[in-house]
Design a protein around this ligand. Structure first.
Ligand SMILES: NC(=O)c1ccc[n+]([C@@H]2O[C@H](COP(=O)([O-])OP(=O)(O)OC[C@H]3O[C@@H](n4cnc5c(N)ncnc54)[C@H](O)[C@@H]3O)[C@@H](O)[C@H]2O)c1
Ligand SMILES: O=P(O)(O)OC[C@@H](O)[C@@H](O)[C@H](O)[C@H](O)CO
Length: 385
């Protein structure tokens, strides 16, 4: 059995790769970073260090890497003969993966078992996004190709911070992980991934993950950064940041209870576990990494606006989420392109070239009629006065 995994970065090697290896798949990483591809091909094994209570070292073997920028034909051939394709590249990169999967489907024998495709990104319906990109590129050929693959959405959870270059392709991760995968698309042929759990309805799982782990994480990052703190652990040790994270998460929990029927106790326990994970002293994680790409994080389907919009529609409180959104606007990091773009837009508001309402509509996708719109406009106006 072979799995092609796009994106040999932190979560690719430290989570998806290690579980696919444990499931018995031969691993083919595909990436565009030439030094990384070379380093993977120069190694016979790498170690995933689980840092923290109960953590173990796990060895991954049986892998190689193909550079999709310089060898797209090689990647297509690997996809054509694989059982599984996974991605961990970031939701905005999926459109660049689509041509490679499509080329592989073209070459795949029509009688082969359908390729099992799963995008492992922090986004609702990431595999659907990838499928739509592939289908769009295929055009009329899709009628004939669509039977050659099945597409399942997933929710992945494991904190994998930025890695020290000194450890090569080894990866330091937290011991905790969760991988929930939609079962329906596979019929009786589930992929063999030990530790993953297959669920009929992924909706509650992905929203609970994105609106708790990622909302809490991003709130800690933005409030922490605004307070001049560089690590997530330091941010959570600050009473004001901690209170801000608690407030935002109590609001998203209230939404998840109302929408998906989780119990209050379940959500209290889930939040407690997550805060302990964020504080893991063995896992240095930075406000820069967790806050990366603030424009993505402030977009409509993401960890702040989506839960806040849904809460506002139900008349639930959003004060904590609005404070987090205000802190996100202060994320000013020259090495992060989206932070630079965000600060440029805020400068345009200060100079009168853009209004707070125009900014809110463009960045969050909210319309003027939405019950959250005016509240976000006020936050933006406060940050730019
Ligand atoms: N790190 C985490 O804690 C974590 C946890 C859960 C989910 N995720 C999600 O996993 C995804 C990846 O995050 P990460 O932290 O591993 O990032 P990362 O930057 O460490 O890894 C991304 C990799 O994708 C590669 N890449 C970029 N463009 C590519 C392309 N066109 N083709 C192939 N490879 C390409 C990059 O070179 C890099 O190696 C994101 O969607 C993230 O939200 C991350
Ligand atoms: O990867 P992002 O940029 O969507 O979010 C940053 C972190 O919150 C994220 O990578 C978490 O570490 C991860 O989602 C934990 O499962």
């Amino acid at each position: 059995m072979k799995a092609v995994h796009f994106g040999a970065g932190n979560i690719g090697r430290g989570f998806v790769g290690v579980l696919l290896h444990a499931g018995g798949y031969e691993l083919v990483f595909s990436d565009v970073a030439a030094p990384l591809v070379e380093a993977i091909n120069a190694a016979d094994s790498y170690i995933v260090h689980e840092a923290g209570a109960g953590g173990q070292d796990r060895e991954v073997t049986g892998f190689r890497a193909v550079n999709s920028a310089t060898n797209p034909d090689g990647v297509a051939a690997e996809v054509a003969s694989a059982e599984v394709v996974t991605t961990a590249v970031g939701p905005t990169i999926l459109k660049f993966i689509a041509p490679h999967v499509l080329a592989g489907l073209h070459q795949r024998p029509a009688e082969a078992q359908p390729l099992q495709v799963m995008a492992c990104e922090n986004a609702v319906g990431a595999t659907d996004t990838l499928k739509a990109e592939i289908q769009g590129l295929a055009g009329p050929d899709w009628d004939q190709l669509q039977h050659r693959a099945v597409f399942a959405n997933t929710a992945v959870d494991r904190i994998v911070p930025g890695q020290a270059t000194s450890i090569g392709i080894d990866v330091t991760v937290e011991p905790f992980y969760e991988w929930a995968i939609e079962s329906g698309p596979f019929g009786d042929e589930l992929p063999h991934i030990p530790g993953a759990h297959f669920v009929e309805d992924l909706g509650p799982y992905i929203e609970r993950k994105l609106f708790t782990v990622n909302t809490g994480h991003a709130t800690a990052a933005y409030l922490g950064h605004a307070a001049g703190l560089d690590t997530i652990a330091a941010a959570l040790a600050d009473p004001s940041v901690h209170a801000g994270v608690q407030a935002a998460l109590e609001e998203t929990s209230a939404l998840l209870v109302a929408k998906h029927g989780f119990s209050n106790q379940e959500m209290t326990d889930y939040r407690r576990t997550i805060l302990e994970r964020f504080r893991n002293p063995s896992l240095p994680d930075t406000t820069a990494r967790v806050g990366r790409q603030p424009l993505r994080k402030l977009s409509a389907a993401e960890r702040f606006i989506s839960p806040a919009a849904q809460a506002a529609e139900r008349g639930l409180p959003v004060t904590g989420l609005l404070r987090a959104i205000g802190a996100a606007l202060q994320f000013d990091l020259p090495e992060d392109d989206q932070s630079v773009q965000l600060q440029q837009k805020l400068t345009q508001i200060r100079s009168g070239e853009l209004t707070a309402a125009e900014f809110t509509a463009a960045v969050t996708g909210l319309t003027q009629e939405h019950p959250l719109f005016a509240q976000v406009v006020r936050v933006v106006a406060r940050q730019t006065n």
